[in-house]
Design a protein around this ligand. Structure first.
Ligand code: SF4
Length: 94
């Protein structure tokens, strides 16, 4: 079961998660990172790196963010990101 990036990532994109991911899961969506469910190996490492607690196992995504499951499923349509980048937006303050 893949992990899912949800609403708190929007406007944050700290990218700390990207550095710990042992696979090539992360893609840069529209003002949010996305996890490709076809690549995720369910290790959970990214969960602990996210400063805004945006990442959940698919089965534990809060109902209010259920639509993000479909959004992450589209990850492969966006550019891959494989290294941490300088944070922008609201994560600069955290
Ligand atoms: Fe990568 Fe593991 Fe997070 Fe999946 S759960 S996106 S494999 S770090």
């Amino acid at each position: 079961m893949p992990f899912i990036v949800t609403q708190p990532c929007e406007g944050c994109i700290s990218t700390a998660c990207v550095d710990v991911c042992p696979a090539t899961c992360f893609h840069r969506g529209n003002d949010i990172l996305l996890i490709d469910p076809q690549e995720c190996i369910d290790c959970g490492l990214c969960v602990y790196e996210c400063p805004v607690e945006a990442i959940f196992p698919e089965s534990e995504v809060p109902d209010k963010w259920a639509s993000y499951i479909d959004l992450n499923a589209e990850a492969a349509n966006f550019p891959a990101i494989q290294q941490k980048e300088t944070p922008k937006g609201k994560c600069l303050k955290e």
